[in-house]
Write a protein that binds this ligand. Structure first.
Ligand SMILES: [Zn+2]
Length: 207
């Protein structure tokens, strides 16, 4: 065996070790889309929860999820993650926090990253865990943020990317779930979440 071959085997071993430990540390059941998956990506697959959805597939993704949805849904409830302005978090963090809180993984169906990335949380056909007494019949989504940097006060910290993504998400839900209504968490619970008036926000955008 040449030195080059030995190096290649060693490199493959390191790569495998790295990828395995990464999955174990964060979430054993989680699968991320690789480049090969993206090449054949065709809408959203329910058996791959907790993935980042390329935005060009958002519409197809939601359409496919709704077509296979058997639970009735009539409302969406918007949240913030209750984290400081500007602090970056992904679905992995939220999934971990919610597991630590005794939930069966991430409680939201959609997570809007600071950079405008859309993360899939729970499959749409699975009841969420995001608003007490209002999980049945609803879709839960959250933007990362919602608090001032010092965590003293609720604040609408949505970035322009998050605003654009939230608008797109709501428009797509409206398209595929006729008569769906949208609420903020504060409309159904004793909370400041999502740190802005959902109804004003919807009205301003004609949603
Ligand atoms: Zn909330």
């Amino acid at each position: 065996m040449s030195i080059l071959q030995k190096l290649q085997i060693f490199a493959a071993w390191i790569k495998q070790l790295f990828s395995t430990s990464k999955i174990e540390v964060y979430q054993p059941t989680k699968k991320y889309l690789g480049e090969d998956d993206l090449a054949s990506y065709n809408g959203c697959r329910e058996n791959l929860p907790l993935v980042e959805v390329p935005l060009e597939f958002l519409d197809d993704c939601i359409r496919d999820m709704i077509r296979t949805m058997t639970r009735p849904v009539s409302r969406s409830i918007g949240h913030s993650t209750g984290t400081p302005e500007g602090r970056y978090h992904t679905d992995r963090d939220v999934d971990l926090w919610h597991r630590q809180a005794g939930k069966n993984g991430i409680g939201y169906h959609f997570l809007l990253g600071l950079d405008g990335k859309l993360y899939l949380g729970r499959p749409l056909n699975t009841v969420g865990a995001h608003a007490r007494n209002h999980n049945a019949g609803t879709i839960g989504w959250a933007y990362v943020g919602g608090m001032t940097r010092d965590m003293r006060s609720p604040k609408n910290t949505m970035t322009s990317e998050q605003i654009a993504l939230a608008e797109r998400l709501i428009r797509t839900l409206n398209k595929y779930i006729p008569h769906i209504e949208h609420q903020g968490h504060d409309e159904v619970g004793n909370t400041a979440c999502p740190s802005f008036s959902m109804q004003d926000w919807l009205n301003e955008r004609g949603l």
